[in-house]
Design a protein around this ligand. Structure first.
Ligand code: PMP
Length: 365
């Protein structure tokens, strides 16, 4: 068990439920038809305790995601925040975090909050074979239920990606198209598509030099090990939208930096590029503009990635992660760029309470 309690509001379970009892029925609609929406929210360790980053904004997006799927809950973002804070306190996550960090068992632990609203199942049916479980496609007969879990997580794309820059690929899986499943909602169904892209990255090793391929081929034919030096091990995929323009990572939004003489221009796909409108994306646009950079929301052709000076991902888990190569092509100098690092420093500084919370983004537990 990673934490003691999970908050549940389902037909059969309500309140702070012990980890091992926090279960749902196998005939819950969500398991069969992906009728669920969720959030990922981050709690940072600051000198004043755990601070939840833009918690209300995340819960508003959760409620809106649910609304798109005609699911309604009897709680607003403030109510959700109260439960979340209580959950963090009940699980004693601040002390647990300090302990695992002091013991060196996690490098950069943070509190990860995972609320899910979903279509469930009324499991306490009378014992009668003529009762048909509401398990057709129509979700409207099933109760809307939710739970919130909070536990510790470590760097999402790995410490190496943050320090040296992530190696990524362009996925062969197109991002969900407009008017198919709504990209705007953070629906669990979106992640059927995202998982395919993520697995593709995880199972790909990229060569950067053709002579390495020839060496590998020759060695493989002889049953030997090849002497190749420049393999890339991608940690994430970038997905293109149905029109073939850059959309986002499997779990992150994306930004492209171009130096134009003394000016720096930062590009990011617009909300109609089938992206999830990220809360971090919004924070980064705000921070970058305040730092004096021009930020342009526009369609980005794939080849613009290869000739970018810098590229970075943004997301609750990924924060600001520099990208050093795409499809084996080095981006800029092939290391985290200075604009990326400046924006990252500002973002992490605010989130960890080291810099002034000038936008009112932190809510302390
Ligand atoms: N796009 C996708 C597909 C994601 O899963 C996430 C992570 N929630 C993001 C973008 C970034 O969103 P946020 O900054 O709100 O975490």
């Amino acid at each position: 068990m990673a934490t003691r309690y999970i908050y549940m509001n389902t037909f059969s379970k309500k309140g702070f439920i012990p980890w091992e009892e926090a279960t749902i029925h196998v005939l819950s609609h969500v398991i069969h038809y992906a009728s669920g929406v969720f959030e990922g929210i981050r709690g940072y360790r600051t000198d004043n305790g755990i601070a939840i980053f833009r918690g209300k904004d995340h819960y508003r997006r959760l409620i809106n995601s649910a609304k798109i799927y005609r699911m309604f809950v009897d709680i607003d973002e403030e109510g959700f925040m109260e439960i979340t804070k209580e959950l963090i306190r009940k699980n004693d996550l601040q002390n647990v975090l300090d302990k695992v960090k002091a013991e060196g068992r996690m490098k950069n632990p943070f509190v990860y909050i995972r609320p899910v609203i979903f279509r469930g199942f009324i499991s306490e049916e009378p014992d009668d074979p003529v009762i048909q479980p509401p398990l057709g496609v129509n979700p409207l007969k099933n109760p809307t239920e939710y739970f919130i879990a909070a536990f510790l997580w470590d760097d999402y794309l790995g410490e190496k990606a943050i320090k040296e820059g992530a190696d990524v690929i362009t996925s062969s899986w197109t991002r969900i198209a407009p008017n198919t499943v709504p990209a705007f909602a953070k629906g669990v169904a979106n992640y059927a598509n995202a998982q395919l892209a993520k697995m593709e990255a995880e199972l790909t090793v990229v060569l950067t030099d053709y002579k390495d391929k020839l060496a590998l081929k020759k060695a493989s034919e002889k049953g030997e090990l090849a002497d190749v030096s420049n393999l890339r091990f991608p940690v994430e995929s970038i997905q293109l939208n149905a029109e073939g323009y850059v959309s986002e990572g499997a779990g992150e939004n994306i930004f492209v930096v171009k130096y134009e003489g003394k000016n720096v221009k930062i590009y990011t796909p617009p909300i109609y590029a089938s992206i999830l409108p990220g809360i971090t994306r919004d924070s980064i646009i705000t921070i970058a503009r305040d730092l004096g950079y021009e930020v342009i929301e526009t369609m980005i052709p794939r080849e613009m990635l290869y000739v970018a000076d810098e590229i970075f991902f943004t997301g609750t888990a990924a924060e600001v992660t520099p990208i050093r190569s795409v499809d084996g092509i080095s981006i800029g100098k092939g290391e985290p760029g200075e604009v990326t690092l400046r924006i990252r420093e500002e973002y992490v500084g605010i989130a960890t309470g080291k810099k002034e919370d000038r936008y009112g983004w932190l809510e302390y537990v």
